[in-house]
Design a protein around this ligand. Sequence first.
Ligand code: ATP
Length: 345
Amino acid sequence: MSEVKLSGVSKAFGSTTALADVDLTVSSGELTAVLGPSGCGKTTLLRIVAGFVRPDRGRVEIDGRPVVAENVHIAPERRGVAIVPQEGALFPHLDVASNVAYGLPRSVASRKRVDEMLELVGLGGLGKRRPDQLSGGQQQRVALARALAPSPRVVVLDEPFSALDAGLRAQVRDEVNEVLRSIDATAIIVTHDQEEALSMADSVAVMEQGRLVMHGSPTEVYHRPVDLEVARFVGDLVELPGTKSGLVVDTVLGRLPIHGSSIPADGPVVAVIRPEQIRVDARVERGAKGAHVDDVSFFGHDALARLTVMSDAEPVRVLARTVAPLQRGDDVAIRVIGPALVYPT
Ligand code: ATP
């Protein structure tokens, strides 16, 4: 599999900027998730890599070879990039085997390849079925088998699980991930689902309004977001007004240490922690703050509680992820574990 490198890629549709000067390198054998809200340019980026959209400016290289550059635009079918579209887009009148064989030369070897691919995605023996005789998850696996059959150098997946319902979605996501890992695929997957991006990918590229604002490992993106927008986008947040002085920030939840990187000047800031950093106890102990439980959403493995913190000034609402058996109306004590991130107000 191959490295994909975009440099200075820009694309506008009329007066809409879809991509603005995007630099992104996806290493060979790595799965990168492109994450961002609707309309931020994710699909455009994918289609530029696949060759269906020509950028206004910039370069795209696959393994050091330019496929897009000044006076260069290699046709999609000659790039070695396979695309798995949003809803599989299988040919309804063809059986599964013929769908997978599409794009392969007709020969005995291609029949063997089709069987190999169906085995790979766990659908061995289902070659004679029509797509409408398969579940949504099975259809998506056929789409993956079809994309992988010609041994592409790169696989791009455009929101491949969005048509599946929640339970099936997690299962198919794991299965697709496993297949991509088993063949060391270089893959780019577009999603607006942060959980999907964080759980599947080796690296996450976060986009906002056509710009690539952060590219890092899932833990970096979650724990050290470059700005407040990224922090908000990749998970639940507790945002507290604070006053920074040196390496600490004073908030309604007390004085918190600051995580070192990209620190703004002393003075008013937004202090940010994740809900799992708030520990909830039944009794108020030294250093803890009193809080009132407004609401609890139970998820089985844990719960997300909405709390109001009593303070001298305005009451402040926070979120806590906890395994404590809380109920609406409880009075509890909370304390913050670990450092806060701070951003300019
Ligand atoms: P979504 O998650 O909703 O699919 P996205 O992040 O994939 O969104 P894009 O589809 O890349 O976003 O679109 C980026 C911007 O470019 C949007 O404002 C969109 O309306 C615009 N756009 C995309 N394709 C075209 C087109 N062919 N003609 C005009 N505008 C377009």
